[in-house]
Design a protein around this ligand. Structure first.
Ligand SMILES: O=P(O)(O)O[C@@H]1C[C@H](O)[C@@H](CO)O1
Ligand code: GUN
Length: 266
């Protein structure tokens, strides 16, 4: 809490009025920043205790501005557990967001498709999630200021927002899949047997982020919506090696649909 407060104090010295809506931009999805009428861009390196981005395709700044008439905070680049960060670091920005008054959050990510019906470039609305990470951000002494010891996670994603997202997709003619996201530690990709396992337990997409963030914001009572860009097939139909560069390129391309969708939802 002390570290978060130092970051909040710094942000308060930079920003007069904070927005209530935030967006986390996943791998290759920084293009959404171009749609924001930017009022202030603050590099993570200037914010006390903020971690450092180490992944290609992720920016490294907080962007305050206006997206189609809605005041937003965009987190341009996120932190992953596989980078070596503690869970507390991974969700540090979200706790700072709570303290500056963010009420709702759209989380985006790049993910591998498990569902055989999905195609590369599809968007998937995350209706539920499974954590296969080795720990979660609530382990340890509970911070009562943030939320309860045992937060309910039976509806991790806001039902009203899910319905709005589906209607927005119909209005825009954007194909929007729905499904369950499985969060894994990474950074290794899945073996064929792990992919079969993930499918059998109910996953539609796999990735290496989002789950800790959703747990932290559910703990703090923020409303959350999650959207994955399916950047690759977990088991490619035609032999193809996974590269992060392909993930970023596909996310960049599909990001245009995502931007339209997010603007419409907000
Ligand atoms: O931050 P996201 O979940 O979009 O990033 C995904 C998971 C890995 O960081 C990376 C793999 O290419 O993309
Ligand atoms: N674990 C995992 N993360 C990803 N991020 C983007 N694609 C993938 C994938 O296939 N597997």
């Amino acid at each position: 809490m002390i570290k978060e407060q130092a970051a909040v104090d710094f942000l308060k010295s930079q920003i007069i009025e904070f927005p209530e809506t935030a967006i986390i931009l996943g791998s290759g999805l920084g293009g959404l920043v171009d749609e924001i009428d930017i009022e202030k861009r603050i590099p993570y390196s200037e914010i006390p205790h903020f971690p450092v981005v180490t992944v290609e395709g992720h920016g490294g700044d907080l962007i305050f501005g206006d997206l189609e008439g809605v005041a937003v905070l965009a987190m341009n680049g996120r932190f992953h557990y596989y980078e070596g960060y503690d869970m507390a670091d991974v969700v540090f920005p979200l706790r700072v967001m709570k303290l500056i008054g963010i009420k709702r959050l759209v989380i985006t990510n790049a993910a591998g498709g498990l569902n055989e019906d999905f195609e590369v470039g599809d968007l998937m609305l995350i209706e539920d999630m499974i954590s296969l990470l080795p720990e979660n951000p609530l382990r340890g002494k509970n911070s009562e200021e943030f939320g309860p010891r045992f937060p309910d996670m039976s509806e991790p994603f806001d039902l009203d927002w899910l319905e709005k997202a589906k209607s927005a997709a119909i209005r825009l003619g954007v194909k929007l899949r729905t499904g369950t996201y499985i969060g894994l530690q990474g950074p290794k990709l899945e073996t064929k047997a792990e992919i079969r396992y993930c499918r059998i337990i109910g996953g539609d997409a796999v990735g290496m982020s989002t789950v800790p963030e959703v747990i932290a914001v559910n703990h703090m009572g923020l409303k959350v919506l999650g959207i994955s860009v399916i950047t690759n097939e977990s088991i490619p139909k035609v032999a193809k090696e996974f590269t992060h560069a392909d993930v970023v390129a596909t996310a960049n391309k599909a990001g245009k649909k995502l931007v339209e969708l997010v603007k419409n939802i907000l």
